[in-house]
Design a protein around this ligand. Structure first.
Ligand code: NAP
Length: 330
């Protein structure tokens, strides 16, 4: 039986990946941060709380990362932890650099010092590419437009450096946006489905959004965690773009979601608030995952429409069930 350590098991991807690895009969260890409130909602919702060995660790604290590695003796390490919200990275750039950027270096160095034969996965991001036009692949140029993107570029290059300099089996998955009913409520897709459900159940009348013309390549998180695992099953470490190859605007997501929620025209329920727009944004991101499709045999399964419908239905059932059947993910 293999041991896997998921750094950031409490997040969206951590919860889906834990579920995927448990089904593959791994011993799953997962790190969580000390907080003053409960943080296991997602792994509880998936029914996996008791199946995961939970270890307290923070990416700001090198000793806690070393302890997690020593305790779990992992064959595979997945670094999914990050200050992962682009919007917040403008307000907290130093924290973002420390956790999302330097935090990855702390993990890489702890791997090198303690368990250099383990395989390592780094959660790189399409936000590294920035705003120049075209479909992005593994060779495309990085020109990030946010402190989050800059920190991810640092972590990406460090992962490549540890692979080349120290022979660590380290892979970067350059994942384009992926969503699910477990997405954090501050992210635009879940902000839409969550607030539409609140409107439907008469808690609010309207909500606000920023830039609805931004276009993203949106896939389903459950499909994307399989790609993470596949990368670590190859003979050689490498980097892969994981994407659907289609882009849709926030407005398209909103239009479909409002329709699925049975709320008519989105203009009646949403106000555009320019004050929540980012100082710099990316107009469009589309990824070319042909390398992953060819070498890993991976491809996305859930369509854009199915994704929107699944998220709307989840949030509607939350309110329908009287809110005590589910948990908040924020
Ligand atoms: P998420 O839901 O925000 O999860 C992030 C995880 O990191 C959570 O478990 C969080 O813990 C943990 N974390 C935050 N700060 C930490 C710290 N100081 N020390 C230790 N853990 C910390 O993000 P996600 O959507 O699952 O994404 C997973 C990874 O993929 C992230 O690195 C993200 O940047 C990257 N990524 C995501 C996407 C996407 O579209 N989802 C696309 C490309 C790349 P708490 O639960 O305590 O907050």
């Amino acid at each position: 039986m293999k041991n896997a350590l998921i750094i950031g098991v409490t997040g969206q991807d951590g919860s889906y990946l834990a579920d995927f690895l448990l089904k593959k009969k791994y011993n799953v260890f997962g790190t969580f941060r000390r907080t003053s409130h409960k943080c296991f909602e997602r792994i509880e919702e998936m029914g996996n709380y008791d199946k995961i060995t939970r270890i307290k660790a923070d990416l700001a604290d090198y000793s806690s990362i070393q302890s997690a590695i020593r305790q779990s003796q992992p064959d595979e390490i997945y670094n999914l932890a990050a200050q992962s919200f682009v919007g917040v990275s403008f307000q907290q750039p130093i924290l973002t650099a420390d956790i999302t950027g330097l935090g990855t270096l702390r993990v890489l160095d702890a791997v090198k010092e303690n368990i250099p034969d383990a395989k390592f996965y780094q959660a790189s991001s399409s936000e590294m590419y920035g705003n120049y036009l075209g479909i992005k692949n593994e060779d495309s140029y990085f020109k990030p437009r946010s402190p989050y993107g800059v920190a991810k570029v640092f972590a990406h290059h460090m992962t490549n450096h540890y692979r080349e300099a120290y022979n660590i089996f380290a892979c970067c998955g350059i994942l384009f946006n992926h969503e699910s009913p477990l997405r954090g409520i501050e992210f635009v897709t879940r902000r839409i489905t969550w607030n539409l459900a609140r409107i439907k159940f008469k808690q609010i009348k309207k909500f606000t959004l920023g830039n609805v013309s931004a276009r993203r390549d949106w896939g389903f998180a459950g499909d994307y965690v399989e790609a993470m695992w596949l990368m670590l099953q190859q003979n050689k470490p490498d980097d892969y773009v994981i994407a659907t190859g289609e882009s849709h605007s926030v407005e398209e997501f909103l239009t479909l979601a409002t329709e699925y929620a049975g709320l008519g025209d989105w203009h009646d329920v949403v106000e555009i608030d320019k004050s929540i727009m980012r100082p710099t944004d990316i107009d469009e991101l589309i990824g070319d995952s042909s390398k992953a499709q060819k070498q890993l045999g991976w491809k996305p399964k859930m369509t854009f429409k199915q994704l929107v419908k699944t998220m709307v239905e989840h949030d509607m059932s939350y309110f329908k069930a009287g809110m005590d059947q589910f948990h908040l993910h924020n």
